[in-house]
Design a protein around this ligand. Structure first.
Ligand code: SAM
Length: 280
């Protein structure tokens, strides 16, 4: 049962014409996400993770079938306690909000959160990833998930990039959007910030002369700089790197997918820091 405090505040909605539903559906558009400074995350686990990590929830939407589900009702109570709105909707409304035939039972609308570039102050063996003009939401989401998985500290988006708060990107992060700080910068802002970077900037390049496995990454902050899917790293960014490394390939493929290359690099850079732990 929803806690007493939440009971009176759950609105039931059955119509797609409801203005709140219209506003949530409009979050599919970047312009509207930016206007509202909001975005949508699907699934109970993601919403719980986000609340646990202190993200601000504006609205919780849950399907009628979630009524009576203890976990859903707990999240509803947390949303009300945080000053958010709770909507109980029909499956049809939820499918329209998520644009999916078989939607998750729960959707949360959260405030966007960006980290200021000036607040990224690497120390110790911190690892960051900078992505130049990343275009593909699946690639960005997968990179954020991998950055989270290896314990790297954050991602810097350089130039005109895909939106980390799009539905596709958030889905691909599998919740890591809430765990990984994301900053954005123009190329000029990035190059200025890079001058103060206290460790090694390793760029990945198909023309890199150095095998990525031959570089000592441990014991200092590392910034991995990854190029755009079509064009790779532009000259100005390649020139700011301490090392330009390459992942050797066999076969006919010209290059690796951006997210795969980032994953390969991250596991090498973090090799000494990662151990199999008994999580039980
Ligand atoms: N046509 C692009 C080019 O000429 O660079 C291909 C870009 S690739 C799809 C996207 C990014 O992934 C590259 O800019 C680089 O950062 C990284 N990458 C992919 N394969 C790589 C490899 N074998 N060695 C180093 N970096 C690689």
């Amino acid at each position: 049962m929803i806690e007493r405090r939440a009971v009176g505040q759950v609105k039931e909605i059955t119509s797609l014409a409801n203005p709140v539903v219209k506003d949530i559906r409009a979050l599919a558009m970047k312009k509207f996400r930016d206007q509202q400074n909001a975005f949508m995350a699907e699934g109970l686990k993601l919403v719980i993770d986000a609340l646990d990590l202190g993200w601000t929830i504006n609205t919780l939407v849950f399907a009628k079938s979630g009524k009576g589900n203890a976990a859903v009702e707990k999240v509803a109570a947390r949303t009300v306690a945080a000053g958010g709105l709770v909507l109980q909707v029909t499956e049809k409304v939820l499918a329209a909000i998520t644009r999916r035939g078989n939607p998750q039972m729960v959707v949360g609308v959260f405030e966007q959160r960006w980290t200021a570039l000036k607040d990224i102050r690497p120390k110790g063996d911190d690892v960051y990833v900078a992505l130049d003009r990343v275009r593909d939401p699946g690639n960005l989401g997968t990179v954020l998930r991998t950055v989270d998985a290896v314990g790297a500290k954050g991602v810097i988006l350089i130039g005109d990039t895909t939106d980390p708060f799009s539905v596709e990107t958030v889905r691909a992060t599998m919740g890591s959007i809430f765990a990984v700080p994301v900053a954005r910068a123009t190329e000029e802002q990035f190059l200025a910030w890079r001058k103060g970077f206290p460790g090694m900037v390793a760029g990945t390049h198909l023309k890199g002369a150095v095998d990525y496995r031959s570089v000592p990454y441990a014991g200092k902050p590392v910034l991995l700089l990854m190029g755009n899917e079509q064009q790779g790293l532009p000259d100005a960014l390649a020139a700011c790197c301490d090392r330009l490394v390459r992942i050797p390939q066999a076969g006919r493929a010209d290059s690796l997918n951006l997210a795969v290359a980032t994953g390969v690099m991250l596991f090498e850079v973090r090799r000494d820091a990662l151990v199999i732990e008994d999580r039980a």
